[in-house]
Design a protein around this ligand. Structure first.
Ligand SMILES: Cc1cc2nc3c(=O)[nH]c(=O)nc-3n(C[C@H](O)[C@H](O)[C@H](O)COP(=O)(O)OP(=O)(O)OC[C@H]3O[C@@H](n4cnc5c(N)ncnc54)[C@H](O)[C@@H]3O)c2cc1C
Length: 440
């Protein structure tokens, strides 16, 4: 079977690897000059770093299984999670149940209430009962107004901007479920990383696909999906310098954002409406390469509307700084709408705006600590999951025979993650292969 794959992120590479291993003729097209999509890397201090921060949970079993299958299992490192919460100028540890009980910005009664809600959510298995409830209304009701205002409202606003009060509770529920399932035998939450970066996984997948005779074309966009009589027949592809060319395929798997699929072909109205119906938030990450460590925390949530970022993540508190030539790597990140003024700002303007706020995290912070910085922007970073999402989610099987979609917006109730993109893409590849086999 000749298979065309659109997108060279973790999902596209996973599907291509699965099908190439089963003897199919695979060709993958990625419009960027590099592979990896949202999990792609670039060189920093002699090491490789993700454009957007990445870690794993112990529950990410698909990606862990694949790393083992590829002989990369010994690359996984697991560390105790060091999470904290910034509120009104103070940093509060936020990793363990004891940290919650010591969280002074809310009263003792509210802390106990928060603890009870946390325990309840970690035990719930049937997330469907939350389908028509928003995270905001659930937390306001069960965790209480004060907990909502101090903790959940700033986080939801930071992550989902104008959508913050429309986000479905299953999205928040997965956060609790994931954290509890990422505890080891000592009940400590662990976070994982692939030594050498996600780039090691991406390079190995590329190598294996090519070894099986698969083709990988970077800097090559798919302009159109070709169809005839309701069935996919091929792709129109275009490399950066070249002319558009048509390539025949029996099966096409698109791993691009769901809203982008209707740009590539005419689709029946009902399915196209579903694709357009799911919005995505963008993300802007500043990567600070520092001469000194900013804080001992890995993941610092910022609950302060005056600070222009939601998250401060010190990579070198998860991965040794020796991986980056002794430099300390810090991400400051935001989720933003397409109207955010930062889309048009230069990296220098963004960094200058952020510098005074870095001093709030560590008053000793000084501009002289900055060796260099990078700014990465991504318009399709986080699908917006609103109430009753399972009815809104586009199906992976499209109305066009032989055309499948495996996008981040379809991993519900899980939240986006390389584990789930991989799992979805492999499952779609498996189903598509099975269906084609039956049709032959
Ligand atoms: C800020 C941020 C933090 C994250 N943190 C984590 C984390 O800690 N852990 C974790 O596991 N995951 C994390 N993720 C999520 C993870 O990166 C994604 O779930 C995963 O990488 C998505 O892979 P994908 O292949 O589905 O999509 P993408 O990576 O989006 O790949 C799609 C690819 O398709 C290409 N493309 C689009 N249109 C075309 C076209 N017409 N022709 C050719 N190519 C095209 C794009 O260039 C892109 O490379 C994070 C994501 C972000 C944005």
């Amino acid at each position: 079977m000749k298979v065309g794959i659109i997108g060279g992120g973790v999902g596209g590479l996973g599907a291509a690897y699965y099908l190439a291993e089963r003897g199919h003729q695979v060709a993958l097209y990625e419009r960027a000059p590099f592979l990896g999509g949202l999990a792609s890397t670039f060189d920093v201090g002699g090491g490789r770093l993700e454009r957007f921060y990445h870690h794993l949970f112990l529950s990410d079993t698909t990606i862990i299984g694949l790393l083992n299958e590829l002989g990369l299992g010994d690359r996984l490192i697991w560390e105790d999670s060091k999470t904290a919460f910034y509120y009104k100028g103070k940093i509060y540890p936020f990793s363990t149940p004891m940290d919650l009980l010591r969280f002074k910005p809310v009263s003792l009664i509210d802390r106990v209430r928060l603890g009870l809600v946390t325990v309840y959510l970690q035990r719930v298995k049937n997330w469907r009962k939350f389908e028509n409830t928003t995270a905001a209304s659930f937390m306001r009701k069960w965790a209480g107004k004060r907990n909502y205002e101090v903790i959940w409202e700033p986080l939801l606003k930071g992550k989902f901007t104008t959508y913050h009060d429309q986000i479905a509770m299953p999205w928040l529920w997965t956060k609790f479920a994931t954290r509890v399932s990422s505890r080891d035998k000592t009940f400590k939450e662990k976070l994982g990383y692939i030594r050498g970066s996600w780039g090691v996984l991406i390079d190995t997948l590329e190598e294996r696909i090519k070894q099986r005779g698969g083709e990988i074309h970077t800097s090559t966009s798919v302009n159109r999906i070709l169809t005839e009589g309701g069935r996919v027949t091929g792709l129109e592809v275009q490399s950066q310098e070249g002319q558009p060319a048509q390539r025949p395929f029996d099966l096409v798997i698109a791993t691009i954002p769901s809203f982008a699929l209707p740009r590539l072909l005419e689709l029946p109205q009902e399915y196209a409406a579903k694709l357009h119906g799911v919005d995505y938030e963008g993300a802007i990450a500043v990567i600070w390469v520092l001469r000194q460590s900013l804080s001992p925390i890995y993941w610092l949530n910022i609950a302060d509307p005056d600070i222009p970022f939601l998250l401060v993540l010190e990579q070198t508190n998860l991965v040794p700084s020796s991986e980056y030539g002794g430099k300390h790597i810090v991400y400051t990140a935001n989720y933003v709408t397409r109207y955010d003024p930062r889309w048009s700002k230069s990296p220098e303007e963004i960094v200058q705006e952020y510098i005074p706020h870095m001093k709030k995290i560590n008053p000793d912070f000084d501009e002289s600590w900055i060796e260099t910085y990078y700014v990465h922007k991504e318009p399709a970073a986080q699908p917006i999951v609103t109430v009753n999402y399972s009815e809104k989610m586009p199906s992976t099987r499209t109305p066009v025979k032989g055309l499948w979609l495996a996008a981040m917006s379809q991993v519900y109730p899980e939240d986006r993650g390389t584990n789930y993109s991989l799992k979805l893409a492999i499952e779609v590849a498996r189903q598509a292969e099975e269906e084609m086999g039956r049709a032959e």
